[in-house]
Write a protein that binds this ligand. Sequence first.
Ligand SMILES: Cc1cc2nc3c(=O)[nH]c(=O)nc-3n(C[C@H](O)[C@H](O)[C@H](O)COP(=O)(O)OP(=O)(O)OC[C@H]3O[C@@H](n4cnc5c(N)ncnc54)[C@H](O)[C@@H]3O)c2cc1C
Ligand code: FES
Length: 285
Amino acid sequence: MRKIVAKEVLAPGIKKFVIEHPQIARKRQPGQFVIVRVHPEGERFPLTIADADPERGTITLVVQEIGHSTLELGRKEPGDFLMDVVGPLGRPTPIRHYGRVVCMGGGVGVAEIYPVARALKEAGNEVVGIIGARTRELVIMEAEMRSATHQLIVCTDDGSYGVHGLVTRPLQEMIDRAERIDHVFCIGPVPMMKAVAEVTRRPGIPTSVSLNPIMVDGTGMCGACRVTVGGVTRFACVDGPDFDAHEVDFDELMKRLAQYRVEEQMSLEMLRRRIEEAGLARAAS
Ligand SMILES: Cc1cc2nc3c(=O)[nH]c(=O)nc-3n(C[C@H](O)[C@H](O)[C@H](O)COP(=O)(O)OP(=O)(O)OC[C@H]3O[C@@H](n4cnc5c(N)ncnc54)[C@H](O)[C@@H]3O)c2cc1C
Ligand code: FES
């Protein structure tokens, strides 16, 4: 059992949790994740370690409520316990001196690119950050990303804040201006990572993406997180989650993410109904 010590709402449907876990806080490296189970009957699902404080013995997770399990986690409060938090899992992102790097985060992916950007800056790279969200109120961790980068560009799809358009726009403009870019790191929704891979493919800029397939055990045993990279089957939980963006079969990844959509929707509806009924019962008593 792991205690939640703090919670903050970063944006509608996006919540930050600080959780007691001294061992993971001591060991984790940028790019690694944990597998969480909220209660004994809950499913196991992966979340990136957004931050850690080895002295306090805590880790920070940022979660977007998109389905049953993430909604259940989102309802937890400080003082509540999570059934288990396993990790750190996955290979750390290779942090070294590349030169001038671009770190891109989309939606909740901003929380996941943040530790990578910070570590790359600490390793002496010049770090340009590009973060994006659909609209202004969904932009998260802007201040943290400013401190983790030398330059930060914020984009919104609807133009309500920062650059109007997708994160690929300023990236393309940098390439058109022939700016030096030694490596691109990108975390976000699969269509975003696919689009970034297309932008950097022609100029041949090395690009890493952090893949987010469905995971179950997180230890390479179940095969749920299978992805095709360079024509070879890899397991994102033990071989990744970082892979060469130009080698990933993104279309297959999207198909695999959609394979339980009907069951996920049913499960979410049942949970929503239970939450509603509990609310009504409380109001009536
Ligand atoms: C290594 C790794 C790190 C991750 N880190 C984070 C994180 O830091 N914060 C965070 O909010 N999420 C993160 N995710 C995604 C998170 O695990 C999923 O959102 C979660 O499992 C969904 O569970 P659910 O039961 O709430 O929704 P489900 O009912 O399982 O899914 C609801 C909907 O979301 C889609 N979906 C399911 N899984 C994913 C996924 N992995 N990516 C995109 N769409 C998905 C489904 O197709 C479905 O349409 C990470 C995933 C991986 C593999
Ligand atoms: S999650 Fe089971 S093999 Fe990767």
